[in-house]
Design a protein around this ligand. Structure first.
Ligand SMILES: CC(C)(COP(=O)(O)OP(=O)(O)OC[C@H]1O[C@@H](n2cnc3c(N)ncnc32)[C@H](O)[C@@H]1OP(=O)(O)O)[C@@H](O)C(=O)NCCC(=O)NCCS
Length: 262
């Protein structure tokens, strides 16, 4: 999730039409940003919500929030914290062993097909927050990542990087530009290209792209249990700067029924 959205002050609750259509249950997003928080207002907001699933995010340091959420009638499903990492953009990075190009340099249909296939293969085993919730279908979650990445290619082809090894697409990174930084929203390598240090090449290309658009800072995030990618970030000089909890607030009857279905 984009850092700027999480860093915006105040409590924001909004429907997520894409998730609702994808999963067939009503999904809303609730974000508790920085600033003063009235506990009773948060509780009232949760109780009055019509959503089946409230995907809720807050800074892990806000330790008053879990008790407020647990005091509501909804079940609180821990879905994994996000860890955010950053580095100043050096501008001298360059991929060494692979070729990395903006998807806009490729034929549009080939670019979309490459991005879809790399994302599908690399994110199959990724433990995202949707997989913690038995109301939500895992395959639909993976299809959602694929759809979203394909949409990124159509909306901003130069902000999606495709990594080629011997001419074959093996890696993808989707980028979002903010005022003072470039954020990597999604990046991965197909399993056959993993364990060889090639992700470092992709990160080098991301950093070069960030330098080219004048950004001073690179931001990236993952689920905290994804220690493998954090090792790769540490190797490239990134450092952690924030941790954001994700919980799903679900109706207890719906959860019990989903668990019983298995
Ligand atoms: C993130 C991801 C690309 C990392 O893949 P990876 O293969 O572990 O990363 P690297 O390419 O940097 O390879 C590093 C590993 O290769 C090994 N390696 C072999 N040759 C190497 C070399 N020349 N240089 C560096 N590492 C090398 C290292 O031992 C290292 O393993 P270690 O961290 O256990 O020491 C991959 O796990 C992935 O696609 N995951 C799914 C998507 C995802 O989680 N994305 C992140 C959130 S958006």
């Amino acid at each position: 999730m984009a850092w700027d959205t999480l860093a915006a002050p105040g409590v924001v609750c909004a429907p997520s039409p894409a998730d609702t259509a994808r999963f067939g249950v009503e999904v809303h997003r609730l974000t508790v940003g920085p600033g003063a928080l009235r506990g009773s207002e948060l509780v009232d907001l949760v109780e009055s919500s019509t959503a089946d699933v409230l995907v809720t995010r807050y800074d892990v340091a806000r330790q008053e929030v879990p008790a407020l959420l647990a005091s509501t009638s909804r079940a609180v499903l821990p879905a994994g914290a996000l860890t955010y990492w950053e580095k100043p953009v050096a501008g001298d990075a360059a991929p060494a062993r692979t070729v990395v190009v903006p998807s806009g340099d490729l034929d549009p249909a080939a670019a979309e097909a490459a991005v879809r296939s790399v994302v599908r293969d690399s994110f199959t085993a990724y433990g995202n927050h949707y997989t913690a919730d038995p109301l939500l279908d895992r395959d639909a979650a993976l299809a959602g990542y694929e759809e979203w990445a394909a949409g990124s290619v159509r909306r901003g082809p130069d902000d999606v990087l495709v990594q080629l090894l011997d001419g074959e697409p093996v890696g993808v990174a989707t980028l979002e530009r903010a005022d003072d930084h470039v954020e990597v929203l999604l990046a991965g390598l197909v399993p056959s290209a993993q364990g060889r240090g090639l992700y470092g090449d992709l990160l080098a290309a991301v950093e070069a792209r960030a330098a080219a658009v004048g950004a001073g800072r690179l931001v990236i995030s993952t689920q905290v249990q994804n220690v493998r990618v954090q090792r790769a970030w540490a190797r490239r000089g990134l450092r952690p700067f924030a941790a954001v909890e994700t919980v799903h607030l679900v109706r207890r009857e719906a959860l019990a029924a989903a668990v019983a279905r298995g």
